[in-house]
Ligand binder design. Structure first.
Ligand SMILES: [Fe+2]
Length: 426
């Protein structure tokens, strides 16, 4: 089923996750709330029923972090520990701009003076209806729209689930995050934790991709459900800026060499303490995993000696925007390269380059390795166009996955932080 490339992956070592359960344990996963498929706004009674549900464009930038957010010197940042190329990373993260992300402020009309209590009682369903026309207008222009002021209404799993269910009914196809390569936890039918990866690890900005899935994520909805106290900002990147700043030689190399070859390796859950496994990220049984992968159009190979699985897909590095047709730097060249984990991820500390398969790796479409210096230049273009968004409880961020990249700055272990995510696919 899987046509071997020029490289044979060795499977001589195992790497064990330490941090996966830590952040997920803060959620009460045994009590996933019910949500209401057909929820309509309540009629009559209570302040929420008379609220106006207004969303106003502020034209102002989100408030920046109180202190500069280090990038180049950051522990747990891909590329930061690589002498010679880490100098390409900025010293600190740029603050939010007036046009990126765009900002909507939620208000509840004449009753707004009642403040947070009123918002907490308001309807996620109605906020979703109010938001949709703004998204249709603003997302193609700005790439990311943030909504402030929703606080306790959607800043928790139940409210956010009801919100995204209403969004789903307005758009088309919300499915779950099969085919992902990182770690997260399902919270409700429509919502997952943003990431369960080690707090000390910075998830550098990336397009959501789900290599093993048939469809690419189209829009991402993220909400802060637990406000951090020490770091953990969203780092978000203006996609058109990345393509404009990308050396033309690099873009042309991917065109000339058949695009990007993604290799995603999943161990089996039978192996103790692994970072991820195919039973969780693809499907629970081998037969179901094969059915899923056949549907998705991937190549795959089972490794009988340890029941691990390699998935391969080759895609262009630049893709047309599904609505506007504009060229987008839409790939995971850097965030699926082994250096996404090597020399930076605490769960893989001390591991050498040739010690076995990494969870992910990218090459040119012809099977050739991408030079580390070129990966560094890609990271330079990404971080140059990235801003830091401090999290507030209930802050909503909607991402056009083709026009913007998203990530998470590291935060202090043992301190609070949680964001939740739901995704709409093509
Ligand atoms: Fe992501």
């Amino acid at each position: 089923m899987f046509a071997r490339s020029t490289t044979t992956l060795s499977r001589t070592s195992r790497f064990f996750a330490r941090g996966k359960a830590a952040s997920a344990s803060r959620l009460d996963l045994g009590a996933a709330p019910a949500f209401f498929m057909d929820e309509a706004p309540a009629e009559g009674g209570g302040p929420a029923a008379s609220a106006a549900y207004t969303l106003s464009a502020t034209g102002q930038a989100l408030a920046p972090a109180a202190t500069p957010i280090a990038v180049r010197s950051r522990y747990g940042l891909p590329g930061a520990a690589r002498p010679g190329t880490n100098a390409l990373l900025p010293d600190t993260l740029a603050p939010p701009r007036a046009d990126f992300p765009a900002v909507l402020q939620a208000g509840t009309g004449e009753a707004a003076g009642e403040g947070g209590e009123l918002v907490a009682q308001s309807s996620p369903w109605r906020w979703a209806q109010a938001l949709r026309p703004h998204l249709d207008e603003m997302l193609p222009k700005h790439g990311i729209v943030c909504v402030t002021g929703l606080g306790e209404c959607i800043g928790h799993a139940e409210g956010f689930t009801r919100f995204v269910e209403a969004v789903k009914s307005e758009y088309t196809c919300t499915r779950f995050m099969e085919g992902r390569s990182m770690t997260s936890t399902q919270v409700t039918d429509l919502v997952r934790t943003g990431s369960d990866d080690h707090p000390a690890y910075t998830i550098e900005p990336h397009n959501e991709y789900n290599v093993a899935a048939k469809h690419r994520p189209r829009k991402l909805f993220l909400v802060c459900s637990e406000e951090p106290t020490d770091g953990g900002e969203w780092c978000v990147t203006h996609g058109p800026g990345v393509l404009a700043d990308m050396p033309r030689r690099i873009v042309e190399q991917f065109e000339a060499r058949g695009g990007v070859r993604y290799e995603v390796w999943y161990p089996s859950a039978a192996q103790e303490g692994v970072y991820n496994h195919w039973q969780e990220n693809i499907a629970p049984t081998r037969a179901e995993a094969e059915e899923y992968l056949a549907r998705s159009g991937c190549e795959w190979e089972w490794h009988e000696e340890d029941e691990s699985l390699t998935i391969v897909r080759t895609d262009p590095a630049v893709a047309p925007h599904p609505e506007t047709g504009e060229d987008c730097w839409f790939n995971q060249v850097h965030a699926h390269h082994r250096t996404f984990y090597q020399d930076c991820h605490p769960d893989f500390e001390g591991r050498g380059e040739d010690s076995g398969p990494w969870p992910v790796h990218t090459k040119y479409g012809d099977g050739g390795e991408i030079a580390d210096d070129d990966i560094a230049l890609i990271r330079e273009a990404v971080w140059k166009n990235t801003v830091g968004v401090p999290l507030k409880k209930g802050l909503l961020m909607v991402v056009d996955n083709y026009r913007a990249l998203h990530g998470r700055m590291s935060y202090a272990a043992g301190t609070p932080r949680q964001s939740l995510v739901s995704i709409i696919y093509e």
